[in-house]
Design a protein around this ligand. Structure first.
Ligand code: NAP
Length: 448
């Protein structure tokens, strides 16, 4: 029998993910030891309540409430508590003691990432976080290692399973947002308080992590523009379907040219957007996640799979654990977080996108000419106008006379690409125009 060196693993948290990590570690210990060249001993599990009922039967003697002592006796610490405190303090303590740390905590990384990476660098420890974005999907390692020699230009991610489930349900069942959310809650895809998901906060944290990694630049969570899905209506989803689109909550990270300085910058933003049904992301159904990466040499890549779930996320954590353990065995510098590019993070106004604008307009001669003038004055060029609804408006000519009692028609305008600030100002000008009764819907179009 081979005698392996022993590596002590301290686990912080035994909830949905932590209990599965403990189970896999205990069940597959021998095989992992053979793969790593060291045995991974689960030294202890820190929780709030050692007597709480758990999803998985785990040896009672492993449980402790003394996280600090557990950390001090560990070579590798796995943080699966979630939240900012005490997770932040404990992760710092672990790194400062020289232990490598594995975490799935996107909230912690998005808000305190630079502090944690600095602490790791000071002592030559490593911080791994494959499970923090996309659950089981390998995306951190591909961005950090596999694509390290390439130049990533753009990432479009469906990184929140709850909102994808809801929007998919609205698309496939023609549900309202409220009904789709109720189904998500019933089936366990939404938390009792779904604000972090439907408000886009969770996706924004992941966008900050992905953008920082892909563009070698610190992208603070505060600079990620965020809109959730709470304003998405059944009518918008139905109209999108008829027009060959689907609405997805997208985390978008891309390189942009700063229009003021001409220099390169980056943008990170989250909002519900229309994407063509022929785009690979349109085929991401249910609570699945996918990250679509566009790189100079590699071209288009898509990473797809389960974005959450205890056992699925545990797979990513175990992958990190094997990497960390191998480094302990063979030594070497391990992975380095690179923020050398220090690109400016641009605000949403500088993002280049397309709009689909649905207007209720006064149904009388001259309307189309007035709308075309407003768009052109705003520097926005029109790609398509929904012909069937506006045929009478196009045929007609003559001065516009606005009256509250005039009948209205619906006009759907698709724009070419323009700066977000110009598009937003143009929508404001349209809303203020006499010929527009109301702006029924404004959605961005992504994924061209
Ligand atoms: P969870 O089910 O809520 O479990 C949290 C665990 O941490 C529990 O065992 C809890 O102890 C322990 N804990 C919390 N606060 C503590 C404290 N102050 N002191 C000691 N122990 C404490 O969480 P989870 O769903 O497993 O998520 C863990 C992490 O993985 C989070 O960062 C989450 O964002 C991330 N993640 C989760 C998923 C997923 O599908 N669940 C997917 C991707 C990433 P008690 O059991 O005693 O209460």
């Amino acid at each position: 029998m081979i005698e392996y060196r022993n590596l002590r693993v301290g686990l912080l948290g035994a909830g949905s993910v932590g209990s599965q990590v403990a189970k896999l570690l205990l069940e597959h210990g021998e095989e992992l030891a053979a793969r790593v060249g060291a045995s991974l001993e689960l030294a202890g599990i820190a929780v709030r309540d050692p007597n709480a009922k758990r999803d998985v039967d785990l040896p009672a003697h492993l449980f402790t409430t003394d996280a600090e002592s557990l950390i001090l006796g560990s070579d590798i610490v796995v943080e699966l508590m979630g939240g900012i405190e005490p997770a932040r303090t404990l992760v710092l303590q672990a790194l400062n003691s020289g232990a490598d740390v594995i975490t799935a905590n996107k909230a912690l990384l998005a808000t305190h990432g630079p502090e944690l990476f600095d602490a790791a660098e000071q002592v030559g420890a490593q911080l791994y976080y494959e499970a923090a974005v996309g659950g089981a999907i390998p995306i951190i390692r591909p961005l950090r290692d596999s694509l390290a020699g390439d130049r990533v230009n753009r990432i479009l991610g469906i990184v929140n399973g709850t909102t994808n489930f809801i929007l998919d349900r609205m698309d496939t069942h023609s549900d309202t947002l409220e009904d789709a959310l109720a189904s998500a809650t019933e089936l366990g895809f939404a938390e009792a308080d779904p604000t972090a998901d439907i408000g886009g906060f969770d996706a924004a944290q992941k966008a900050a992590i992905l953008a920082s990694l892909a563009f070698h630049t610190i992208v603070p969570i505060e600079s990620v523009y965020r809109e959730g899905i709470t304003a998405v209506t059944k009518e918008q989803v139905d109209a999108a379907r008829s027009a060959g689109y689907v609405i997805k909550l997208l985390a978008i990270c891309e390189r942009l040219t700063d229009q003021k300085t001409g220099e390169e910058g980056v943008s990170a933003r989250v909002y519900p957007a229309l994407i063509s049904r022929s785009h690979p992301l349109a085929a991401v159904h249910g609570a699945n996640n996918a990250v679509f990466v566009q790189a100079d040499a590699a071209g288009d890549l898509m990473f797809y799979g389960a974005g959450a779930g205890g056992i699925e996320t545990a797979s990513a954590v175990l992958g990190d654990l094997v990497s960390a353990a191998r480094r302990h065995v063979v030594g070497g510098p391990g992975v380095a977080e690179s923020t050398h590019a220090k690109l400016p993070v641009l605000d949403i106004g500088q993002a280049i996108t397309r709009y689909q604008i649905t207007l209720e307009v006064v149904d009388q001669p001259g309307v189309l000419a007035t709308i075309a003038r407003i768009l052109s004055e705003g520097g926005v060029s029109v790609e398509a106008v929904q012909q069937s609804v506006v045929s009478e408006l196009i045929a007609a000519s003559g001065p516009v006379v606005h009256s509250d009692s005039a009948p209205t028609a619906t006009l759907v305008i698709g724009t070419h690409e323009a700066a977000e600030a110009d598009l937003a100002a143009t929508v404001e000008a349209l809303a203020a125009s006499d010929v527009v009764s109301s702006v029924a819907s404004v959605l961005r179009v992504e994924g061209s």
